[in-house]
Design a protein around this ligand. Sequence first.
Ligand code: GLY
Length: 426
Amino acid sequence: MNILLVGSGGREHALAWKIAQSPRLTRLVAAPGNPGMAKLCETRAVGATDVAGLMALAREIAADLVVIGPEVSVAAGLADAAAEAGVACFGPTAAAGQLESSKAFTKAFCDRYGLPTGAYRVCETVEEARAALDEFAAPFVVKADGLAAGKGVVVAATREEAEAAVEDALGGRFGAAGARVVIEEFLDGEIGSLFALCDGETSMLFGWAQDHKRAFDGDQGPNTGGMGVYSPAPVFTPELVEQVRTRLVEPAFAGIAADGAPYRGVLFVELMATKDGPKLVEFNTRFGDPECQALMLRLDSDLAPYLMACATGRLSELPQPKWRDEAAICVVVAAKGYPGEPKPGGAIRGAEDDLGEDVVVFQAGTRRDADGTLRAAGGRVLNVCARGATLEAAREKAYGAIGKIDFADGFCRTDIGWRALARGPK
Ligand code: GLY
């Protein structure tokens, strides 16, 4: 099987790492990839939103399958172009991708099909937003409508902060993505990330994890794309998983098909486990980043057949995926300043060394100098992942590995997994 994998983050490095282990693989090409991925497969300098360039590359390598990593490729219509060219593609069409690319679309979708989520208002002007804020109590949740790399969500403790977030978004901080804002009810509970595959008709759960959205220890600081995850996460009791499947996953796939855009790919359900059951925080139309990194460490099954089956309508032929009975953790090391203005160019040493058994470092925002030096080139830079018999064991390995990496301009949270550890041993 020849596979074109699109993207350049830690999520795509993890997907490349897992796909590269497939006995079915003939050739794996990543576009644009990153320096870590370049050690696993061929990389080509074609951007994730260059749909024409990606389709030309797919033809050149006789790709049997295009695998979409990031949401920007979904929104750019890569799956639509692949369908037109008759190339199998793991990833939804731009129409189905609105479940991520427009928060206003998703809220209306939830209303239409009865999916549980928080109350909300969609606003196009600061005046409308001020009136909407009057209907909610602190903490206020303000979201840019469109794609903002996980940085378009502000949970504001005060009305002043909420108004500043509204003015920021509507004032152009996120470009067209902030042309509208969604003001929504703050959902109280424990956060969770659940993944489900769909081939347009058949769906299948595909793992779950818990993310840490805030930049700093103790869940302090601004929201980020995710500072670390672990899987499995005890918040996902069998009862919660079943509720998410029946109340969110299946209605979402049925609804989007009824809208004329059957879903092919992975749906990421970010949910709040509230006292009234799971409520949707948001859908994402791709694997989570860094959730994917921890899931790939735990996935025992070959990934490639699942990706291909989603793309070709054959998911019903596959068994449930097998997961290792171990814990996996991913700790994000970000450049200082992230998620605001990450400091670029910091030298990184030791990240590509052997850092211990069951420790894998996926690269995200990195670049390599001509002399081989690895440097920071983005906000989230490294994903230090480890697997262990327990979460404690995995965590010890991951933080031990971070201690061996020399990246003076980086920082990480030191408390990834705190909720599970606070519950005590299983
Ligand atoms: N980790 C959250 C996300 O991928 O959006």
